[in-house]
Design a protein around this ligand. Structure first.
Ligand code: NDP
Ligand code: MG
Length: 386
């Protein structure tokens, strides 16, 4: 029996992780479930999965949770709940945004297997994450679908050795792949959230519409597989069936295909090195289906170019970009800035970045906070001006 902790359990990925775990009670036990602030959501999950510990990060008073759960269940509230993963063999980090940093750090230092959906922690902390993994003798298995695809193409490893010539990450192109450029100035929140192939939480849905998500994934791939930025390509693939590919030095390309659902990458991470009995429905090649690929238009999606630049700059630059993007996405979702301004806020914030090295968690937290201050000031200046 493998004990599993799911952090971010009340979200889109967290619920799907809970469902993979619930489908195989002989194999998995959800020992720890942690959500953000959704009391009803975490209670419903806890009643179904019977964990030993339940946490909510954005709740101060534990009694509201305690009175709805069995007495034997331990309840933890506040930021401490983000460290609960140290207790389980596999830790699913499905928290959204920079808040996931604590989960990544705690799980790896405790020597756990980290099933990593939270790309923001890896982008922000960069090389430090591998240091933590080594120090705690932990393991990282990617959950992001592109990185799970690369992991599978490499035969269930993150070791992209000298036989690997490069990675090709696919992107659906999001909801604005073919929207006329002049209309992009006035697209609204509902349109940005309407992803054509994936159902996801609001932050990553907006990131998928700007392609900041793909930018974060390029940096994520660089750190997970140790592949140079020059050897990472992005290609638009609207059907989201080929989840990514690996180019080998002899010219061969290996791709991973499946229906677009996070159930598969989650099952790959949870069952590794084994395979789940079933995680996703069978791809039907007999029915008419075309798989198409096209280059990314960087004029339409300048966020991708900016992310490559931040990744190549290294140090705290990706952390800075990630934080500015989180501030810009929040401002967009709150109706304070327009969609096209998300990129502009991040680009203007990057102009105010001064190169810094990251040597510790506190350096990462400091860089994140400084970037947020800068990005918030940019948003305020623009809101006053408009
Ligand atoms: P959701 O917004 O659906 O869920 C986020 C989860 O994190 C919820 O449980 C939420 O709690 C919790 N949370 C939010 N803010 C905080 C905080 N400050 N502290 C602690 N917990 C918090 O996000 P997704 O499931 O879509 O995404 C989760 C992560 O997985 C992201 O990093 C995303 O990039 C990545 N990912 C997602 C994919 C998808 O298909 N959704 C695909 C690939 C990667 P609550 O709701 O209780 O407040
Ligand atoms: Mg992805």
């Amino acid at each position: 029996m493998t004990s599993v902790a799911i952090l971010g359990a009340t979200g889109s990925v967290g619920r799907q992780a809970a469902s993979v775990v619930a489908q195989d009670p002989q194999r998995f036990h959800a020992q720890v479930l942690v959500g953000g602030g959704d009391v009803d959501g975490i209670v419903a999950l806890a009643r179904a999965l019977r964990p030993r510990v339940v946490g909510l990060v954005r709740l101060d008073d534990p009694s509201r949770l305690r009175e709805q759960l069995d007495r034997s269940v331990e309840v933890v509230v506040g930021r401490e709940a983000l460290t609960l993963g140290a207790d389980a063999e596999v830790v699913v980090n499905a928290v959204t945004g920079f808040a996931g940093l604590t989960v990544t750090n705690t799980a790896l230092l405790a020597g756990r297997r980290l099933a990593l959906a939270n790309k923001e922690s890896l982008v922000a902390a960069g090389d430090l994450v591998e240091d933590w993994r080594r120090e705690g003798d932990g393991e990282i298995v990617p959950v992001d679908s592109e990185h799970s695809a690369v992991f599978q193409c490499l035969g269930g490893t993150r070791d992209a050795d000298d036989r690997v010539a490069g990675l090709v990450l696919t992107s659906s192109g999001g909801p604005f792949r073919s929207t006329p450029l002049e209309e992009l100035e006035c697209v609204g929140v509902a349109e940005a959230l309407a992803h054509p192939t994936w159902r996801m939480g609001p932050k990553i849905s907006v990131d998928s519409s700007t392609l900041f998500n793909k930018g974060l994934e390029v940096i994520e791939a660089h750190h997970l597989f140790g592949v140079a930025y020059d050897a990472i390509e992005v290609v638009i693939h609207p059907q989201s069936v080929v989840h990514s590919m690996v180019r080998f030095r002899d010219g061969s390309v290996i791709a991973q295909l499946s229906e677009p659902t996070m159930a598969l990458p989650l099952a790959v991470a949870l069952y590794h090195p084994d395979r789940a009995p079933k995680a996703v429905s069978r791809l039907d090649f007999a029915s008419t289906r075309s798989l198409t690929f096209e280059p990314v238009d960087l004029e339409r999606f300048p966020a991708l170019g900016l992310a490559f630049e931040a990744g190549r700059a290294g140090g705290a630059a990706p952390c800075w970009m990630n934080a500015a993007n989180e501030v810009a996405v929040d401002a967009f979702l709150a109706g304070r800035i327009r969609w096209a301004e998300i990129y502009r806020v991040v680009a203007a914030s990057m102009e105010r970045y001064e190169p810094k090295r990251l040597g510790s968690v506190s350096d990462v937290v400091e860089a994140d906070a400084a970037a947020r201050d800068v990005a918030r000031a940019v948003v305020e200046e623009w809101c006053r001006a408009s």
